[in-house]
Unconditional design. Sequence first.
Length: 64
Amino acid sequence: MLLRRATEILQSNGNVEVLYNNEPVWLENIDSRTETVYVKSLSKDKRMVVPIDELVENEHIGRH
């Protein structure tokens, strides 16, 4: 994922599914200096700091 897209998702009012290692995560904060994102795992009660380029937007949610 690119920094610009991660910022758009964080600032949006919509619900965008983002995956880290095939697990859904919630974006909490972005550090543009280090290009990392603070995320919360939605499947485990765990917070992590991960590289932005390792996040994947699931573009198939809500499509038929």
